[in-house]
Structure formats: structure tokens, C-alpha cells
Design a binder for this molecule. Structure first.
Ligand code: PLP
Length: 374
């Protein structure tokens, strides 16, 4: 009897232009960096890469926070890392939910044993400082969690002045910056944010796999004052930080080549200059908006809180959502996102994140969509 081996074909993905809610297009130099030889996770070379990553992440987060690093895992691992380290069972956490990712944060918090108070807004709307002030004054939570850039709806949440009301109530401010980091200002120190997490596959234009996080000294003090062990071994910052910080104690085997990729992606961000990068994202958002409006397509989010990197637009009457998205993909190699939750079937989400945010992509997309809508 012979054993038959079936050999699969090698990986040869189609060429796409990633104009959805992430991942975004990746620069060739980032992919090249990821193909560099793997060294050990305690190799002096890799330790230097880690130090440089921390330094670059601080610049990107506009912070001097010592505890700033890249958690192994995607954006959701960053979310869990923040929640699980700041919350002990029975602690109260207020979560502001105006989209899928606020809802996910509330779910994570409840799994960690928090007493979750969720304040909600319709998808696409944002929260006012006044309503948050009222809730934290009444509830006196340990942590208030909010999403800066709600990828599911395209809404930008203002964070200015939020920390004052949260701190006045004795709480810590936790912010989801998965989609905002690298595409619009995330000013951790100026806005007094205590903990924030992000992901690599949005405006940083690195494949998914790492979650940049940063914690203020106030957040670190809260973690140091815990009475119970962090319920996740893998995400316990008291151990993870010893590996990234002074003692270099082995915790888990860092995904070496992912970190190479992030190192190169951050170099590209800093080489461009962050202000230039924010302006580029905004300019291409405006160009896309002008083109879509000329075609009679309206944004799903009010003008004053539209995200520059994620454009949620209303699908025109009588148009088949899935058919148009598959035509864009099959005819033009363009990926865009459909709506999530209450916006499913009603909106398209057009990403202009990181490398994808280019004038040429805006023009190609407008021409392609025009063709598909004929
Ligand atoms: N938060 C926001 C705002 C997101 O957009 C995403 C991913 O789309 C996440 C959290 C979760 O990140 P990941 O899918 O990388 O785990």
C-alpha cells in the first residue's frame, strides 16, 4: 500500500489594494525586514531592537511613559492586556459603547470579573465630556474605557478634557487607539491618558500580530497596588515588563520577526514625520469625500467627527452591497469593508490607512466604484 502525499501549492496571495478597515497595505521594506534571519529572544541584537521599538512607540504615542511596549498578539490582545492588568474582580469599569469595539471592551471587562457599567450611543455618534462626567461622578469606577477611532462606524471621539473629569472621579482613563495611532494625533501625555493600546495593521501598515501599549505612572501605581494576581498569565504586565525592561527575564518567546516588521514600519512613520503623516491622512480623506459626494454618495457620520482613515458611507438606495464589494475585489483587486452591527448592509467602510492613504488609491477607487455602479 502506498501512502499518498498531497503537496499544497506555495503561498501566492493575490495582489490587493487594502482599502477596508484593516489590514492596510504593507511597504515592501516592512515585509523584507520580516524575512531577516531570526535571532534568539535574548540575543543582544534583539534586545536592542526592543529598546528602539519602545523609543519609537513613545514618540508615536507622544509620551514619556516608561512602560510602553508591543504586546505579542493583535489589537484585541492589547485591549485584554490593559483591562486585565487594571481591573481586579469586583472593580467597577465604565465602558462607552458606540460601536463594536466599545462592546468588545465591555465584554472583556466582564470576563475579567469587572462590574461593568456600559453607557451607549447609537452607532456613528460620539460621547460628550458632560455626559461622561455625570456617569463617572455617579458610578465612581476604577477605570473608564473609550474608543478613540471606532472602526466599526467611522466616528472620531474627542479625548481632550476627558481625563480631567475621569481623574476628578478617581478613575483611570483607558483608550482604544487601534485605528487612530499613526493616522491622527494620539497625545497620551498632553491628554493625560492612563492606558492605551493599538494594533499594527491599521495606520502603522505592518501585518497584524503586535499590539503597542502604554501605561502612565498612575496606571502603573494601580497595577502595583493590586491585591490579586493578574488573571492572564500571558498578558501579566508585571512579568512582561521585566522582559522589556531592566532584568530581561524570559517570559515568553517574543515573535521576533513580527517585531522586526514593526521596527521598520515605525522607522517609516518617523521618517515621514508624524505631522506630515496626519496631514496626508486628512488630505486623502478630503479628496475621497469630494469624489464620493460628486457621485452622490453621503457619509454615514456627521462632518465634525469623521475619521480621516476610515470613511463610513451610506450605500446608495437599491444597490446590492455584497455584489459591489465582490466586483471591486474581483475586477479591481480592491478590498473595502461592509457595515457591522446596526450598519450592516447600510454602509461601506473605506479605509485610507497608512500606506494605503495615497492620492492614486483615492482616484483608482473612485473610478472603480463608478464602473461598478454603472
Ligand atoms: N479596536 C478597534 C477600534 C479595532 O478597529 C480593532 C480591529 O479592527 C480592534 C480593537 C481589535 O483588533 P484586532 O482585530 O487586531 O485584534
Amino acid at each position: 500500500m502506498t501512502i499518498e502525499h498531497h503537496f499544497h501549492s506555495p503561498i501566492q496571495p493575490p495582489r490587493r489594494t487594502l482599502m477596508g478597515p484593516g489590514p492596510s497595505d504593507i511597504a515592501a521594506s516592512v515585509l523584507t525586514a520580516m524575512a531577516a534571519p531570526t535571532v534568539g529572544h535574548l540575543d543582544p541584537y534583539f534586545l536592542k531592537v526592543m529598546d528602539e521599538l519602545q523609543e519609537m512607540l513613545r514618540t508615536l504615542f507622544h509620551t514619556t511613559n516608561e512602560l510602553t511596549l508591543a504586546v505579542s498578539g493583535t489589537g484585541s490582545a492589547g485591549m485584554e492586556a490593559c483591562v486585565v492588568n487594571l481591573i481586579e474582580p469586583g472593580d467597577k469599569m465604565v465602558v462607552c459603547t458606540n460601536g463594536v469595539f466599545g462592546g468588545r471592551m465591555a465584554d472583556v471587562a466582564s470576563r475579567v470579573g469587572a462590574e461593568v457599567v456600559e453607557i451607549t450611543r447609537e452607532f456613528g455618534e460620539v460621547f460628550s465630556v458632560e455626559e461622561i462626567a455625570e456617569v463617572v461622578k455617579k458610578e465612581k469606577p476604577k477605570v473608564l474605557g473609550i474608543v478613540h477611532a471606532e472602526t466599526s462606524t467611522g466616528a472620531a471621539q474627542s479625548l481632550k478634557e476627558l481625563a480631567d473629569v475621569v481623574h476628578d472621579a478617581g478613575a483611570l482613563l483607558l483608550v482604544d487607539c487601534v485605528t487612530s495611532l499613526g493616522g491622527m494625533p494620539v497625545k497620551i501625555d498632553e491628554w493625560n491618558i492612563d492606558a492605551a493600546y493599538s494594533g499594527t495593521q491599521k495606520c502603522l501598515s505592518c501585518p497584524p500580530g503586535l499590539a503597542p501599549v502604554t501605561f502612565s505612572s498612575r496606571a502603573v501605581a494601580a497595577m502595583d497596588a493590586r491585591k490579586t494576581k493578574v488573571s492572564s498569565w500571558y498578558l501579566d504586565m508585571s512579568m512582561v515588563r521585566s522582559y522589556w525592561g531592566g532584568s530581561r527575564a524570559y517570559h515568553h518567546t517574543a515573535p521576533i520577526n513580527m517585531n522586526y516588521g514593526l521596527h521598520q514600519a515605525l522607522r517609516l512613520v518617523l521618517e515621514e514625520g508624524m505631522e506630515n503623516r496626519y496631514s496626508r491622512h486628512y488630505a486623502n480623506h478630503c479628496a475621497l469625500k469630494a469624489g464620493l459626494q460628486a457621485m452622490g454618495i453621503q457619509f454615514a457620520v456627521a462632518e465634525d467627527h469623521q475619521l480621516p482613515m476610515l470613511n463610513a458611507v451610506k450605500i446608495p438606495e437599491g444597490i446590492d452591497d455584497a455584489a459591489i464589494r465582490s466586483q471591486l475585489l474581483n475586477w479591481f483587486g480592491i478590498e473595502i469593508g461592509g457595515g457591522l452591527g446596526s450598519m450592516k448592509g447600510k454602509t461601506w467602510r473605506i479605509g485610507l490607512m497608512g500606506e494605503t492613504s495615497r492620492g492614486s488609491n483615492v482616484l483608482m477607487f473612485l473610478a472603480a466604484l463608478d464602473q461598478c455602479l454603472l
